[in-house]
Design a protein around this ligand. Structure first.
Ligand code: ACO
Length: 426
């Protein structure tokens, strides 16, 4: 709803230009500058989109100051503690929480699609030993479009929902296969008697014909991690998905691009870096030295898992995971030297003026790294876990974009600073 406007004055000429202010449901108002170039002949410049809303969305809301995150109007605390990842996935796709029957039939639809075409194994075989699971995952997701090419047009709601079910159901199997192949282990097929998250843990832990004992708290912890990662409005990987989707590319291509964007250390790779850093610190005796390095202006060292671009007071996802970490340690009786180091760092950072003044609280990656490590999930799988959690969000964003009648191809402009025409005139 446009209820007022903002006036921009060109100080060179005194010309005035009005731009509508759009009122969101909640959150900062948005100035609609889509006619800026047409009216002023100038572009706007916003590195990293720090002041730019790139789309209209009804999916996820974040208030970084208040530490609030909601999917489809439901608080993340409620979803993470009272609902499962499958409930949350259904919510993201259908804009409502499922009742018991809807959840059961959703679960069944996913189970039916959890196997992958046997020929896809040739693709896994083609990768060298020790290939990073993210490399295999992104290729295999793009390859799904070749193996399941029957409904790529996405012209009907049935085709769209079929695609959504396929991607969400097959990614855990591909993810588990990626891990097993990269470690030279025999693959384990999905067990249809197991729930979504339990089945994934089973596929990475089990051995053929062997029994694997999965504790309820382990399944619950991973399920919560999935829920907390399910969407985060227009972050880098979701933006990548939307940019690719805006070209009318099919969702397999879009999701594969999202996986590529998420692979980066500054995005999905952060919790892996937390564990690598704790291993590098090596002992509680070294913590003070590394804290001093983190505070030293002349040292580029940063404490991984501390600080957040958006959440400046606390990250609501970190609060939930902190409690979960404590429960996990207690119930699984975990006593590791990495935890000891992490606890000391956390304690110092929460009481040290340097960190308090800069709002550098432990973020989601600090706790998710510790939890995944406690679940004995290998570090190279951390980003893969993030992908599994984020997939429903990507799909929901893809569907939302597709349904917007005035959707435009994403095509930003630039501030050109290269040479002027240097072509010889004759
Ligand atoms: N350790 C030590 N000092 C830090 C840290 C850190 N982790 N993070 C920020 N600072 C300091 C900076 O040196 C700077 O200090 P100064 O004001 O004296 O110059 C101040 O805090 C502000 O830092 P910025 O980089 O401007 O903060 P920004 O909001 O841009 O960065 C970021 C946020 C990138 C997350 C940063 O805190 C960081 O690098 N953290 C470590 C990496 C990490 O954990 N990433 C995961 C983020 S969560 C996620 O992506 C899901």
């Amino acid at each position: 709803m446009v209820n007022n406007s903002i006036t921009v004055i060109d100080n060179r000429t005194g010309s005035k230009f009005d731009f509508p202010i759009v009122q969101p449901t909640i959150g900062p108002k948005v100035v609609d500058i889509s006619s800026f170039y047409k009216n002023t002949g100038m572009f706007t410049f916003d590195r990293g989109f720090t002041s730019t809303a790139s789309c209209r969305s009804r999916i996820t809301y974040i208030d970084g100051e208040a530490g609030k995150l909601m999917y489809r109007g439901y608080d993340i605390g409620y979803l993470a503690t009272k609902k499962t990842f499958l409930d949350t996935t259904y919510l993201l796709l259908h804009n409502k929480l499922p009742n018991k029957n809807q959840l059961a039939s959703f679960d069944l639809e996913l189970k039916k699609r959890s196997f992958i075409n046997e020929s896809m194994k040739k693709l896994f075989d083609a990768f060298p030993d020790n290939a990073h699971p993210m490399a295999i995952l992104s290729s295999a997701v793009a390859a799904l479009s070749a193996f399941y090419s029957d409904s790529l047009d996405m012209d009907t709601p049935e085709e769209v929902i079929e695609m959504a079910h396929r991607i969400i159901a097959k990614i855990p199997t591909i993810a588990a296969f990626s891990y097993r192949y990269s470690n030279g282990l025999p693959v384990i097929y999905p067990d249809l008697d197991k729930g979504f998250t339990e089945n994934f843990l089973y596929m990475i832990r089990a051995y053929p014909h062997g029994h694997v004992n999965l504790k309820l708290i382990e399944v619950e912890a991973l399920d919560t991690i999935f829920t907390l990662h399910a969407d985060h409005e227009q972050n880098a990987s979701t933006t990548a998905v939307r940019v690719v989707a805006s070209t009318q590319a099919h969702p397999y291509a879009a999701v594969s691009s999202g996986i590529g964007a998420l692979w980066g250390r500054a995005h999905g790779g952060a919790n892996e870096s937390v564990i690598r850093q704790l291993e590098m610190i090596g002992s509680v005796d070294n913590v003070d030295k590394f804290i001093a390095k983190a505070k030293d202006k002349n040292d580029s060292f940063r404490l991984m898992g501390f600080g957040h671009r958006v959440y400046k007071n606390f990250d609501p996802r970190a609060t939930i995971l902190k409690n979960l970490r404590d429960r996990l340690i207690h119930e699984l009786n975990i006593d590791s030297h990495l935890l000891e180091i992490a606890n000391k760092i956390e304690k110092i950072a929460l009481s040290d003026e340097y960190f308090i003044k800069r709002h550098l609280y432990p973020n989601i990656d600090f706790y998710s790294g510790l939890i995944l490590n406690a679940l004995k999930i290998p570090k190279e799988m951390f980003a893969v876990i993030f992908v599994m959690g984020r997939t429903p969000g990507w799909i929901a964003q893809w569907i939302e974009l597709k349904e917007q009648k005035d959707m435009k191809i994403a095509r930003p402009r630039q501030l050109y600073l290269g040479p002027n025409d240097r072509t010889p005139k004759n």
